[in-house]
Write a protein that binds this ligand. Structure first.
Ligand code: BDP
Length: 592
């Protein structure tokens, strides 16, 4: 799905701003047809994009399990009549139904990917229009992430008391998290563009494939360099462009060409779309991860889309700050743990040469208790799989052209030791490879190589590790032995390169204790030092992603002190001692 961009033939209207909002805890809105004539009071003001959870002082809004309604009015210019007008949501977490002027235009399941609808038939051109969205945040075994709604039928809870159970820690933020846009384009339009790049000697090769929607048109493409000079051109809906002496996209240097696509019908230019293109290759070879044929070592973080007040809502200021901090600390990569991030984030990674492991929102598929099985018909079964495959399709369709994305992660910490895990993940891995034969595929697993049933399906072993944090509390001296054993075990079993996709310890900023104790800044630093000593000895370890880039909000529970404090930056993006330690380690290496 193409990102909405302006051009000579396309206009955009951003519907971000303050919308009208109402909770619907009883689920009365659908039967009451709240979409028909405008939301009735009591409504409150709600920013878009943002999570709604932390905007008010009302805990029942923060912790709501159910549906909320958003609405706003907007004008559509008379001049847009006769054009194709699309309404696009960057995401709605987790499920949405959308009406325009009371007519249903689209439904979408899944909280982290865009969806859109041609709304021309519902609009009043040259007039006032209303968009209404019902957003539901409930997670069950058929959604991604997975979860369970529990109704507590016992004397200690009021009748019908419901809670959302989730088997992951991050707060279940919800709402309209990403920009909402109206796009006017020609009726015969450029529907999709796919590029695949290769390197032959000093030349770059760009294969492209263009789909035209709404009619017939000839396709002409030009490839422009970063200064706007044409370096290659072709005609036809799919072909290959050769760039002599190409400037490659590489880590630390996000060189981008622009593929300018024109759809021409009867001699007239109908539509123009410009796609940024980075020429690069990725490949796993033996124990190495190669970008442009050169070994790449991942230095960086697992992150979250998370900040105070706006929760998971997209915010240019936070995103820019995060990329500046990545650069400051010497990181070259991150993982979009545990869901696809806003596409604007991948665009910035493309421009800045930051490498991304893109993850599907398949998290929570684990009870962390071997007595209870997740992979079964009543839980993670065929309905979940069907949705998982849909989400992989949507994610790859959105992100396939980003040079920063070098690998797909299909899940985080599923119960990989269960009998059903292999049968479940086989088709998921296969579908990812079918959709994109160019990128390696992984699943992030927990320690326990002995019983893992899914490692053979993937190209890289990505493993999360918390020695001396979730076990042997305080015994930092055990990390060396335990981690060495674990990593060697994975390597002996699968003979694949290993990225440690999570390792980290909570620290409360400003809490000091020497000798180190858990939750102090000193403990977090010493924990990292111990891990690094092991990584530096094992040459099949090809990456270190600290958990986490910044402190982030979690569900409430006795293991968290207003959120997960494993950030090396605070939630306000200030460095803890660990950030200085990492900066010293990472900026002293110039291997890319
Ligand atoms: C890992 C999860 C991550 C958690 C982390 C932790 O992948 O989402 O936040 O543990 O406990 O198991 O800090």
């Amino acid at each position: 799905m193409l990102y909405p961009r302006e051009s000579e033939t396309r206009e955009l209207k951003d519907l971000s701003g303050v919308w009208s909002f109402r909770t619907d805890p009883e689920g009365a809105g659908m039967d009451g047809r709240w979409y028909e004539s405008g939301l009735e009071p009591p409504t409150i003001e709600m920013p878009v994009p943002s999570s709604y959870n932390d905007i008010t002082q009302d805990a029942s809004i923060r912790d709501l399990v159910g549906t909320v309604w958003y609405e706003r009015e907007f004008f559509v210019p008379r001049t847009w009549s006769g054009r194709r007008v699309v309404l696009r949501f960057g995401s709605a977490t987790h499920h949405a139904v959308v009406w325009v002027n009371g007519l249903e235009v689209v439904r979408h399941r899944g909280g982290f990917l865009p969806f859109e609808a041609d709304v021309g038939d519902a609009l009043s051109f040259g007039g006032r229009n209303r968009v209404t969205v019902a957003v539901n945040n409930e997670l069950d075994w058929t959604t991604l992430p997975t979860g369970e709604i529990r109704t507590h039928n016992d004397p200690m809870h009021p009748p019908g008391f419901r809670t959302q159970e989730i088997h992951f820690d991050f707060f279940n933020y919800a709402g309209l998290h990403r920009p909402v846009k109206l796009i006017a384009m020609p009726e015969t339009f450029i529907e999709d563009v796919t590029v695949l790049t290769d390197i032959e000697g000093d030349d770059g090769v760009v294969r492209y494939d263009v789909t035209i929607g709404g009619g017939e048109a000839d396709v002409h493409v030009r490839l422009l360099d970063a200064d706007g000079y044409e370096v290659a051109s072709a005609s036809g809906s799919d072909d290959q462009l050769r760039v002599e002496d190409a400037n490659l996209w590489r880590p630390g240097r996000g060189y981008l060409y622009t593929l300018e696509v024109r759809a021409v019908a009867n001699g007239d230019v109908e539509d123009i779309y410009r796609l940024p293109v980075g020429i690069r290759t990725v490949e796993v070879e033996g124990n190495r991860f190669l970008i442009n044929g050169k070994p790449f070592y991942f230095r960086g973080f697992g992150k979250h889309e998370d900040a105070d007040i706006r929760g998971r809502g997209y915010d240019d200021a936070i995103v820019c700050k995060d990329f500046n901090l990545l650069e400051w600390i010497g990181a070259n990569s991150f993982r979009t743990s545990h869901y696809p991030y806003a596409e604007e984030i991948l665009q910035m990674a493309d421009r800045r040469g930051v490498v991304v492991i893109a993850e599907a929102p398949a998290v929570g598929m684990n009870f962390f208790d071997p007595r209870s099985k997740v992979f079964s018909d009543e839980r993670v079964g065929s309905a979940t799989l069907e949705h998982h495959l849909d989400v992989m399709r949507e994610m790859i369709a959105r992100d396939k052209n980003h040079p920063s994305v070098v690998m797909w992660s299909v899940a985080n910490e599923p119960a990989a030791t269960e009998d059903g895990a292999e049968k479940y993940f086989e088709p998921v891995a296969a579908e990812a490879r079918r959709l994109d034969p160019t990128r390696p595929v992984t699943a992030v697993v927990m320690p326990g190589f002995g019983d893992c049933r899914i490692g053979q399906l993937f190209d890289v072993v990505c493993v999360n590790s918390y020695c001396s944090w979730y076990s042997d509390y305080g015994h930092l001296e055990l990390i060396d032995m335990q981690l060495t054993h674990e990593l060697r075990g994975w390597h002996d079993k699968y003979n694949k390169p290993i990225i440690v996709t999570e390792y980290g310890a909570d620290s409360v900023a400003g809490l000091h204790q020497d000798p180190p104790m858990m939750f102090s800044e000193e403990y977090q630093c010493e924990f990292l030092r111990q891990y690094h000593a092991v990584f530096d000895r094992l040459d099949f370890v090809i990456g270190e992603h600290v958990w986490n880039f910044a402190d982030f909000m979690t569900k409430q529970g006795v293991k968290r002190v207003v959120g997960n404090r494993k950030g090396v930056f605070t939630r306000g993006r200030q460095p803890k001692s660990a950030a200085h330690l990492l900066r010293q380690r990472w900026t002293s290496r110039s291997d890319d």
